[in-house]
Design a protein around this ligand. Sequence first.
Ligand code: DAT
Ligand code: MG
Length: 156
Amino acid sequence: MDFGAGFAPLSQGEANMALERTFSIIKPDATRRNLTGKINAKFEEAGLRIVAQKRIHMTKSQAGKFYDVHAERPFYDELCEFMSSAPVVVQVLEGEGAIAKNREVMGATNPADAAPGTIRAEFAESVGENSVHGSDAPETAAVEIAYFFSGIELVG
Ligand code: DAT
Ligand code: MG
């Protein structure tokens, strides 16, 4: 196939090398306050593309499996109760360095420590009800995406 002068299809993989996907949840405190659009605007303004998204209402046991890594923490039961208390929006965000970029846009876990302009600084109600979840590493991103989405739902 002739792609025309200057078009080098094989270089596309290289150009996309730093393109990453991360998993995000807009949590019950935020969906309750109708903040889905405002939070999505923050992602998009930061250059993150929402390549998959759906609104679901988790059971406590589904939330428990998702947060399994925190099972021994004192706030685990409260966390699972909260995450299953109302609908959430689960999403896959794509962009250059998406995992770190999303953590930056989210802000610190405790909104009192979150930098001005971050989602948690602007919207979070407390350390427990802090509006968003974001994957913390490539391995967790892959596992978390696969927990909620099938390949055919990822439409980058
Ligand atoms: P993050 O969501 O910033 O990755 P984390 O992985 O340490 O933070 O904790 C997961 C979630 O657990 C966090 O978003 C809210 C809840 N959580 C963490 N620390 C808490 C605490 N000290 N009290 C109540 N909930 C807490
Ligand atoms: Mg975490």
